[in-house]
Every structure is written in C-alpha cells, then in structure tokens.
Design a protein around this ligand. Structure first.
Ligand code: FA5
Length: 350
C-alpha cells in the first residue's frame, strides 16, 4: 500500500510540472481528487484491511489528499499570475504621463450665470460672500424670525444631520452672519452693508419641471440709513435687464416671508412659452424668480443692528430658475443630470 501511495505521488508531481494552464490543473484535480480519481480509488482498497491497518492507511490517504489539493492550489496561483503577466506584456505601451484624450470641459450654466450676476452686483458696490451648505437651525430659521414650530418651516423641509445641523434650505441662512460681519463698519464708519451670497440649497421636495431638491439661489442684502422699497426695485430691475440684455415683463405682488416686512414675490413673464403657460411655469405664464422685501426689524436686531436707526432690503433670487429662463431650459432636472449632451452646449461667450 505504501508503495502505491509513493507511486501516485511521483506520478502526480510529474503531471503537475507539465501543467501549462489552469485548464490543465483542473483536469489533474479531477484525475486525482475527483469521485473516480486515483486518490479516491485508494480508499476503496481499504475494504480488505484489518481495523488497525485501515486506521493507519486512511490517515496516510487523507494526508496525500491534502498534499495534492495544496499543491494544485499553489500551482493555480502561480499559473494565474503568469497568465496576468502575459496579458500585460501583450498590451500596447501605455504612457501615464500623456494628456488624456478627452473633450475640453466647459462651465456649468449655473456657474456662468452666477458669475455674470456677481459681476453685475460688484459694479454696483456689492461684496460677494461665500457661505457653508451645512448650517445651524438658528441660522436657517431662528435668526430669520422663524421660531420652532412656526408654520413657515413646513415650506422648507430639509435634510437634518444627527448633530442637529441641517442642509440649508435657502441662502437667507447666511444673513445673520453677514450682518454680524459688517455691522461694525456700518455703525462706526457709516459703510452700508451691501452683499450678495450665492449658494446651493436643499429641500425635501417633490421634483417637477421647475422644482429640484438641490438648486441654487443668490441672496442679496443692503442695509443703511433710509433704505426703501425704491432701492430694492431699482437693484432688481438693473440686475434682470443686465442678465437678459433686454427689458423684461415683471410683476411684484405681496408675498409672506417671516424675515421681511413688507414682503414681495417678484415674478417674470415665462420666457419659455412667452407668457402663454407651460409646464416650466406651471401653466401660469409667470415664473416666481425673486422673492424680496424690507428686512424685518427682528432680523436686524438678531444681527446686532438697531432697526430704529437702520433699514434694509433683502432678496432671494432663484438662480437655477434664472438659468432656465436665460437659456430656454424647459426642465430644471436637466441641470443636475450630469448629461454632457445638455451641459456642453453652454460656453463662456453666451
Ligand atoms: C426663499 O427661499 C426666501 N429665502 C427668499 C427671500 C429672501 C425672500 C430674502 C425675502 C427676502 P422661496 O422659497 O420662495 O423663498 O425661494 C426663493 C426662490 O428660489 C424661488 O422663487 C425659486 O426661484 C427658487 N426655488 C425655491 N424652491 C425651489 C426648488 N425646489 N427648485 C428650484 N428653485 C427653487
């Protein structure tokens, strides 16, 4: 019996050496370890042995089985590595330092219009501010005269983090920080606060042609002595005629926002349908573009500014909607689609 095992080992080693690929190895595995394989056959021969002999021989066969399986596994790894190396060698030379052969990128249309708006407001003496996308409940609501449980919060459901912070629902969330940043210059040096702050906003919304869960707004505030609604209307009109390079049909109607008093909705006649009504304007012919109003005294107070002495206006331009109107984009969702077919149509020159 021992000689049979020794013979099988020798035969197996010779065949293993000859194996050239993983298919050969599989054939060897079946030949030795398969149901009808040589090693399995050895076990069948134990029938005629005594109990003691069976025990000793069984152990040896099991050792042989493990040895054969290990040797096949090791050789499989070796051959697989060789196969990969062969494949790499057969590949054409690849120079990782070569510039990628891809189409030149272009700015996202929101970036283009945002920059254009920034430029327009800069020429009118406004600072451009950046602000975080994750804010506190105080910044997004409380400082804007929207206490906890105020019904206005229902309109702006958002995504909350476990630490109580949230993804900002509107760029108004930066107002408080802006007032605090500039109030000393206003009070001590009579420098009016004039700032715009564009940013990404998030809302838990049902999406449609004019609503997205992630969109851009651009907030603007101006605070000084004797600021009135006339100032607000002047800046809004100037901005829109500069962006569109033509006079637009606009309408101002009362609108409620807890952080302005009085508050307005500034709508523009839908440029997609020419005011006829379409899905982009919810078939009304008008598109809500820029709510605005005179900053509420409580909001000024929260920013450390005395409302008896100073007044101001604020507006919250729907930047993504402005982009839709400027470029005739019918569905807001195209702007977040990442589709190059849609987005690469827009360039700096437009
Ligand atoms: C606000 O967010 C107020 N913070 C605006 C404001 C600022 C009012 C300062 C007064 C003073 P509203 O929820 O209406 O308001 O959004 C403002 C604009 O953002 C809308 O007119 C619209 O153009 C745009 N907008 C709002 N929700 C969406 C949305 N889901 N998808 C795309 N644009 C949106």
């Amino acid at each position: 019996m021992d000689s049979k095992i020794a013979l099988l080992k020798e035969e197996f080693s010779a065949e293993l050496k000859k194996a050239e690929n993983t298919a050969d190895l599989e054939a060897i595995r079946v030949k030795y370890l398969g149901k009808k394989g040589s090693v399995t056959d050895l076990l069948k021969e134990m029938r005629d042995l005594s109990v003691e002999e069976k025990k000793a021989f069984g152990q040896k066969v099991n050792e042989l089985k493990a040895e054969v399986a290990d040797a096949i596994a090791a050789r499989t790894t070796e051959l697989k590595e060789l196969e990969v190396l062969k494949e790499i060698e057969s590949m054409p030379e690849f120079d990782v330092s070569m510039p990628a052969n891809i189409t030149e990128g272009s700015y996202h249309p929101v970036t283009l219009v945002q920059r254009q708006c920034e430029q327009i407001f800069k020429t009118m003496g406004f600072n451009v501010e950046d602000y975080s996308e994750i804010v506190t409940d105080y910044e997004c609501f409380e400082a804007l005269n929207i206490p906890k449980h105020h019904p206005a919060r229902d309109m702006q459901d958002t995504y909350y983090l476990t630490n109580g912070q949230l993804l900002k629902t509107h760029t108004s969330a930066a107002q408080n920080a802006i007032y605090k940043k500039y109030r000393d210059a206003l009070i001590n040096d009579n420098v009016p606060i004039k700032a715009i702050f564009p940013g990404r906003c998030f809302r838990n919304e049902a999406t449609d042609a004019c609503h997205e869960n992630t969109f851009f707004q651009m907030e603007g505030v101006m605070v000084d002595k004797d600021i009135s609604i006339s100032n607000l209307i002047y800046f809004m009109k100037t901005m829109l005629s500069e962006v569109f390079q033509k006079d637009l049909k606009v309408r101002l109607r009362p609108g409620f926002f807890p952080f302005v008093e009085p508050g307005f909705e500034l709508d523009i006649s839908c440029l997609i349908c020419g005011g006829e009504g379409c899905p982009s304007c919810k078939h009304s012919g008008w598109l809500e573009l820029c709510p605005c109003g005179m900053i509420h005294p409580e909001v000024l107070k929260a920013g450390g500014i005395d409302p008896e002495e100073y007044s101001g206006f604020a507006f919250g331009l729907g930047l993504t909607r402005l982009v839709m109107m400027k470029y005739g984009i019918k569905d807001i969702r195209d702007l977040n689609s990442g589709s190059l077919k849609v987005l690469s149509q827009f360039t700096d020159d437009e």
